[in-house]
Every structure is written in C-alpha cells, then in structure tokens.
Design a protein around this ligand. Structure first.
Ligand code: FEO
Length: 170
C-alpha cells in the first residue's frame, strides 16, 4: 500500500493531466480558427501526450492496488487574442505541472516511498523537456510570427510533428 497523502496527490495529478489535454485542445482549436493548421497539429499532439500522462498515473495507482478517483475536469476558459498568448499560457501551465510533480516527489520522499519516486523520475525529466519545448516555441513566434513568410514556414515546421507513445511503460 502507498501512503495516503501520496495516493491523494497521484489522483489529483490524473485530473491535472487531463485538464492539460483539455487546455491544449483549446489552444489547438484557437490556432485552427486562425488558419494555422501546423500550430493546431502541434498542440493536438501535445494534448494526446497529456492524456497518456493521465493514463500513466491512473495505471500506476491500479498497479499498486490503490483506488482511482476521477473528478470533474475544469473548462479551459482561456481566451486568446494573439498568436503568442497561447504559447505563453502553455509555458505557465507546464511550470505549474512541474511544481505539482515535485510536490508529489517531496511527499513520496518524505515517507521513503522509493517506488513512487522512481515512477516520478520519468515525469521530472519529461517536464524539463516540455518547458524547454514551450520556451522554444515562444522564441520562434517572437522571432518569426510577425512576418507572414516566417509564420508560414513555422506553421509548416509544426505540421511535421507526429505523435509518439511515451517511453515510460508500466
Ligand atoms: Fe503532462 Fe505537459 O505535463
């Protein structure tokens, strides 16, 4: 059995990851409406990854015979008025998720739950990559987003992203 507080935090993280998927689908829809199919593709795949993250937390609880509690997922109500603001919202959200993962890690570490710490190691690394990706995209939009040719090429670059299943297998 896992520690009760750790289980609660892991359950909460399922909800946060599904909300992340919702947030990214909202961003994908915004860019789709703006005619930027490549941006929309990039965030749709990001949403798929977030759903995978949610399922990994769910499976981890199941594998440890712990009860999974599914709560309502909040509406992603961010309204975007320019091309840059969704990317900035995404970075802020990833930083929030990183803190959340670290909070679970702290709780697991406090009760010497080495199994959960090892499970979370993959997410700690993943968050580093996701923050870097979000920062890179912000920089590219700032550099090329105000020029129509630059924006077209950036959209094509983002259209090339393909979904890959997570490397973590439980
Ligand atoms: Fe699942 Fe982007 O954090």
């Amino acid at each position: 059995m896992l520690n009760e507080k750790v289980v609660t935090l892991l359950n909460t993280q399922i909800n946060k990851e599904f909300f992340s998927a919702y947030l990214y689908l909202g961003i994908a829809n915004y860019y789709k409406d703006e005619g930027l199919d490549g941006f929309s593709n990039w965030y749709t795949i990001q949403a798929q990854e977030e759903r995978d993250h949610a399922m990994l937390f769910l499976q981890y609880l199941q594998n440890n015979s712990e009860k999974v509690v599914l709560e309502a997922i909040d509406k992603p109500d961010a309204k975007f008025s320019d091309l840059l603001s969704p990317a900035k919202a995404a970075l802020a959200h990833e930083q929030y998720v990183t803190n959340s993962i670290h909070e679970i890690y702290d709780a697991a570490s406090g009760v010497k739950d080495y199994r959960t710490m090892q499970f979370l190691d993959w997410f700690v690394k993943e968050q580093g990559e996701e923050e870097m990706n979000a920062e890179t995209l912000i920089k590219k939009i700032q550099l090329f987003g105000s020029d129509s040719k630059g924006l077209y090429l950036l959209d094509q670059e983002l259209a090339a992203r393909v979904y890959t299943a997570p490397s973590l297998v439980l």
